[in-house]
Design a protein around this ligand. Structure first.
Ligand code: NAD
Length: 476
């Protein structure tokens, strides 16, 4: 155990911010303006449950309003506190800037263990929390648009949207007050998988950059790479599933609340997920070794480590023992500032949270645009696209007949080419493009300057430059 003091989560984010601005040339005062959190609202409200009034504490923090609405998830967890919410709100500002979604940063949280409540109780608590936030415009399509985070999902977002609509009956854009809603309540195809899908696209892009791979001492493709993932919730499950099923990666470790599963030959992600749903944990899963102290599996040999649960899991305590040459921060803030320093000294390559888990906010942006335009993506173009493709196919078929045995169309070309893109395909395409472009801007900054020694600092510089440009344009 190290005797160096561990900064809080918010201090960690500030330290990372400071490291980046030290390499920038911002006008005096602007640095402070960008760094500070504009406002944090704390609310305590009572809900009558099981015959007595229960008091809950919730937060909504707005970090930067250089663009509005501000955006950021709502987390349900017993440990939620002001420091955490402010750190997460700040990360949202930099994340949105890095992936060019036109939002400021915000975050919310409710101190609650959702597993202790029945669905009907959670609905009443969520509606009451949403009421408290909406009446102060902290939920609003033009000002503040929440999304899911740890402990919340489509169900909670649908309740929030409905609560806002009940309070604002004439707001035609009411559905755009929150993202991550289910498809039948104004959601968008591909939002649930978006953050995990974004992690997959981020890794694919990393593996398209041989120089970056070399820095991590990795070569080849994702195929066969050994991956350890912590947290098989929304983000971790989708990331691990896609990487194993579509890219051939080997998931050798899965760390959950009740311990970890380890199997060097690979673990079937879907089977573990099904097991968790049935048994409320990974314990007893037959096809892997169970390790009671799950966190030690973070220190196992692997090629890629994906922390996808909570913050601060790689700290001064264990950083020196982490063996993975590449860590992708699917969770927010899984590596403390102190651990970050140790890992950088060791040469570990870190794909930072502000980029790695930006898939969620990217697809949330698409959902918000869809809600404001009141039409699903692809509805106008799909059949027209198919009709134009049909013209080409007709011509090719004519050629096919003319050339006889000398040439023939590839068997499934016609079916694949004729099909116009549906919403899911368009969303994935937009997400892929976003993740590639943001990676490239970060990687370019990393390689173009000798004093920028890691991807996190590069990402922060790109993001802060954009926020600063926005403030300058406004004249602040
Ligand atoms: P989730 O609640 O769906 O999943 C979290 C998982 O982590 C659960 O399976 C839980 O059992 C597990 N877990 C909790 N404590 C653990 C522990 N001590 N050790 C191991 N596992 C533990 O949450 P999520 O939405 O997947 O979010 C995970 C992380 O990703 C958070 O940091 C969140 O801020 C970040 N994130 C989420 C989204 C999103 O769209 N959901 C977007 C961006 C970032």
């Amino acid at each position: 155990m190290s005797n160096r003091a561990e900064p809080s989560f918010r201090e960690s984010v500030d330290l990372m911010f400071n490291r980046a601005v030290a390499l920038m040339d911002l006008p005096p005062g602007l640095e402070e303006k960008i760094r500070v959190c504009n406002a944090t609202y704390t609310v305590r409200f009572g809900v009558r449950l099981r015959g007595q009034v229960h008091t809950f504490t919730g937060y909504r923090s707005v970090h930067s309003e250089h663009m509005e609405p501000v955006k950021g998830g709502i987390r349900y967890a017993p440990e939620v506190n002001q420091d955490e919410v402010e750190a997460l709100a700040a990360l949202m500002t930099y994340k949105c800037a890095l992936v060019e979604t036109p939002f400021g940063g915000s975050k919310g949280g409710l101190c609650i263990d959702p597993r202790q409540y029945e669905e009907e109780e959670l609905e009443r608590i969520t509606r009451r929390f949403a009421y408290e936030l909406a009446k102060r415009d902290l939920i609003h399509p033009a000002q503040n648009v929440p999304a899911p985070d740890m402990g919340t999902g489509e169900r909670e977002m649908a309740w929030i949207a409905d609560q806002y609509a009940r309070m604002n009956t004439t707001d035609i854009n009411a559905r755009a007050c929150v993202t991550g809603k289910p498809p039948n309540a104004g959601g968008i195809a591909g939002r649930v998988e978006a953050t995990g899908r974004g992690v997959q696209y981020a890794l694919r892009e990393f593996f398209r950059h041989p120089d970056d791979m070399k820095k991590a001492g990795l070569e080849g493709k994702l195929d066969g790479k050994r991956v350890i993932v912590q947290g098989l919730g929304n983000v971790g499950y989708h990331a691990a599933k896609f990487l194993s099923e579509e890219d051939g990666a080997l998931i050798t470790g899965i760390i959950e609340r009740d311990g970890a599963l380890f199997n060097p030959a690979g673990i079937n992600v879907q089977a573990v997920r099904d097991w968790i749903v049935r048994h409320d944990g990974v314990t007893g899963f037959p096809d892997a070794r169970h390790v009671a102290d799950g966190a030690v599996v973070l220190e196992e040999e692997c090629d890629i480590l994906i922390p996808a649960a909570l913050e601060g899991v790689i700290s001064l305590d264990n950083a020196a023992r982490i063996k993975a040459p590449l860590i992708i921060e699917a969770a927010n803030g899984p590596i403390t500032a102190g651990a970050d320093e140790i890992l950088r000294e060791k040469g570990t390559i870190i794909i930072p949270d502000l980029y790695a888990n930006a898939g969620g906010v990217t697809v949330s942006y698409f959902e918000w645009v869809k809600n404001l335009s009141h039409i699903r993506f692809g509805r106008l173009q799909r059949r027209q696209e198919e009709a134009r493709h049909q013209l080409v196919v007709d011509e090719l078929e004519r050629l096919d007949r003319y050339l006889g045995d000398a040439w023939t169309m590839t068997p499934d070309f016609k079916t694949k080419y004729l099909r116009g893109a549906d919403e899911l395909e368009l969303v994935r395409s937009g997400l892929d493009d976003t993740m590639r472009t943001a990676y490239q801007s970060m990687s370019e900054m990393w390689h173009s300057r000798d004093d920028v020694r890691d991807m996190r600092t590069a990402g922060f510089i790109v993001a802060i430059e954009r926020v600063a440009a926005s403030y300058r344009a406004k004249g602040i």
